[in-house]
Write a protein that binds this ligand. Structure first.
Ligand code: GDP
Ligand code: MG
Length: 437
C-alpha cells in the first residue's frame, strides 16, 4: 500500500545526516513508484519527482538543518502542491446555497451533513437546513434528525415519500420559505456503485441545481476510494471531495491520488464521529501528515528564518573555493544554537522524541566540539588541512579530551566539506542529477 511505500522511501531520509546521490536517488525513485502505484498519472508523478530533484540540488545546504530535513521540506511543499496547494473554500453565494452530498454507504455522508451544518452555523454564521434524502433506510432519517437536534439545525424530512427527487425539491422550497441560507441534502448510498444509484443522484442534481456537490469517501478504503472517486466524478462532475475517517492511524495517502486523478479539490476532512470533528482541508498539513515527519517542517522553517542570507552567500563563496574552515564551522554551530533550546528542537524530530527519554540532551551538547575548535590556533582554524597527528595530539590535550574525539571531529568536518563542495559546484550537481531516476 501507498503508506508502506512512502514509509520505506522515507526510512532512507530519516536519520540521514547528509544528502548523498544515493539517498536522494533512492528516495525519489521510491516516491515516484508509490505515486504511480497509487494511480497518480505518469506525467504528474514525473513532474513531481523532477521538481523535487531540481529543488533539492539547488538548495543551499548550509542552513542549520540537516539536508535530509531540507529534502523533507521540499517534498512537503511539492506534495502540498500535488494536493491542490491551497485551501479551497466552499461556494456559498447562492440564495439559498444548495449543497448535495454523495457517496457510497457508510462513507460518512450523514455524519458529514451534520458536521457541515454545524460548521456553517458556528463558523460562517449561516442558517442551514438539513434535508433527509435517504429514503431507503428509515434509520437514516432518524439519524439525521438526532444530529440536527444535537447541533440545533432544522431537518426537513418526508416520511410519506419514497421519492428522493421530490424530497430534495421540497427541501429547497422549505428553505426558501423559512429563510435558510444553505440547504444540505443528504442522500442514500449503495454498498457498491450501481446504475440505479447514479441515475437517482444525477436526477436529484438536475432537479436542485446544487452550487456544491460534495463527494464523501472513506479514507481508510485506500485505492478503492480513488476508484470510487473517479466513477462518481465521471457521472456527477462534483465540485469537491470530503475524506472521512482520517482520525486514528489513517495517514491519508488517498488524498494524494484523488486530487491528481479526478482533479477536484479536497475541501474537508472528517477526523472523528463527533460533530466538531471536521477540518477544512489544508494541503500542506496533509502533506506533512503523509510524510509522517512530525514537526520537521516547522523546524526547518525556524532554521530558515534565523539564517542570515548574507552570511550564506559569503559561505557559499568560500565553499566554492574549498575555503570552508573551522571558523565557519563554529559560526554554523552558533546558528544552530540561535534557533533555540536543543531539547525543543530534538523534540520536533520524529523518532528523536523517543530517544530523548533515554538520553538527556544538554543545551550545551556542542560544548566538546567548541572546546576542540577553540584549542586550535587561528592558523589551524583557517587552514584545517595542516592539522596533522601531532597537532591533533596538542589540540586534544588543550581541549581536555582525547585524540579519538579530535579525529572524529576532523572526519565529520571533512565529510561535511565534501558534501558542501558537491552541492556548490554546478558540474558536480549535474553529475548527481544524472544518477537519478
Ligand atoms: P453514510 O452511510 O454515508 O451516511 O455514513 P454515516 O454518516 O452513517 O457514517 C457511517 C459510520 O462512520 C458511522 O458509524 C459514523 O459515526 C462513522 N463516521 C463518519 N465519519 C467519521 C469520521 O470522520 N471518523 C470516524 N471515526 N467515524 C466516522
Ligand atoms: Mg447516511
Amino acid at each position: 500500500n501507498l503508506q508502506d511505500k512512502l514509509d520505506r522511501a522515507f526510512k532512507v531520509l530519516k536519520g540521514q545526516g547528509s544528502i548523498s546521490e544515493i539517498n536522494v536517488a533512492e528516495t525519489i525513485k521510491e516516491i515516484r513508484k508509490a505515486l504511480l502505484d497509487a494511480d497518480v498519472n505518469y506525467k504528474t508523478a514525473k513532474a513531481f519527482t523532477d521538481e523535487v530533484k531540481e529543488k533539492a540540488l539547488g538548495q543551499n545546504v548550509l542552513t542549520s538543518v540537516s539536508p535530509g530535513q531540507l529534502l523533507t521540506k521540499i517534498m512537503n511543499d511539492e506534495l502540498a502542491l500535488l494536493m491542490g496547494g491551497t485551501v479551497t473554500e466552499l461556494e456559498l453565494t447562492g440564495n439559498p446555497t444548495v449543497i448535495l452530498i454523495a457517496g457510497l454507504n457508510g462513507a460518512g455522508k450523514t455524519t458529514f451533513s451534520g458536521k457541515l451544518a454545524n460548521f456553517l452555523k458556528t463558523q460562517k454564521g449561516k442558517k442551514p437546513l438539513l434535508v433527509a434524502g435517504d429514503v431507503y433506510r428509515p434509520a437514516a432519517i432518524d439519524q439525521l434528525q438526532v444530529l440536527g437536534e444535537q447541533i440545533g439545525v432544522p431537518v426537513y424530512a418526508n416520511l410519506e415519500s419514497k421519492d428522493p427527487i421530490a424530497i430534495a425539491e421540497e427541501g429547497v422550497a422549505e428553505a426558501k420559505r423559512n429563510g435558510n441560507s444553505v440547504v444540505i441534502i443528504d442522500t442514500a448510498g449503495r454498498l457498491a456503485i450501481d446504475e440505479a444509484l447514479m441515475t437517482e443522484i444525477s436526477a436529484v442534481r438536475d432537479a436542485t441545481k446544487p452550487h456544491e456537490i460534495l463527494f464523501v469517501v472513506d479514507a481508510m478504503t485506500g485505492q478503492d476510494a480513488v476508484n470510487t472517486a473517479k466513477i462518481f466524478n465521471e457521472r456527477l462532475d462534483y465540485t469537491g471531495v470530503v475524506l472521512t475517517k482520517l482520525d486514528g492511524d489513517t495517514r491519508g495517502g488517498a488524498a494524494l491520488s484523488i486530487k491528481s486523478v479526478v482533479n477536484k479539490p479536497i475541501k474537508f476532512i472528517g477526523t472523528g464521529e463527533k460533530m466538531e470533528a471536521l477540518d477544512v482541508f489544508h494541503p500542506d498539513r496533509m502533506a506533512s501528515r503523509i510524510l509522517g515527519m512530525g514537526d520537521v517542517i516547522s523546524l526547518v522553517e525556524r532554521a530558515q528564518q534565523q539564517f542570515d542570507e548574507e552570511k550564506a552567500a559569503q559561505l557559499q563563496k568560500k565553499i566554492r573555493k574549498n575555503k570552508f574552515d573551522f571558523n565557519d564551522f563554529i559560526s554554523q554551530i552558533q546558528q544552530i544554537k540561535k534557533m533555540g533550546n536543543m531539547k525543543d528542537l530534538m523534540g520536533m524530530i520524529p523518532g528523536a522524541g523517543k530517544a530523548m527519554k533515554d538520553i538527556e540532551i544538554e543545551d550545551d551538547a556542542f560544548k566538546p566540539i567548541e572546546a576542540i575548535i577553540h584549542s586550535m590556533t587561528p592558523y589551524e582554524r583557517e587552514n584545517p588541512d595542516v592539522i596533522n597527528q601531532s597537532r591533533r595530539q596538542r589540540i586534544a590535550k588543550g581541549a581536555g579530551t582525547d585524540l579519538q574525539e579530535v579525529n572524529k571531529l576532523m572526519k565529520q568536518f571533512n565529510d561535511m566539506r565534501k558534501v558542501m563542495k558537491q552541492f556548490s559546484n554546478p558540474a558536480a550537481a549535474a553529475k548527481l542529477m544524472k544518477n537519478m531516476p
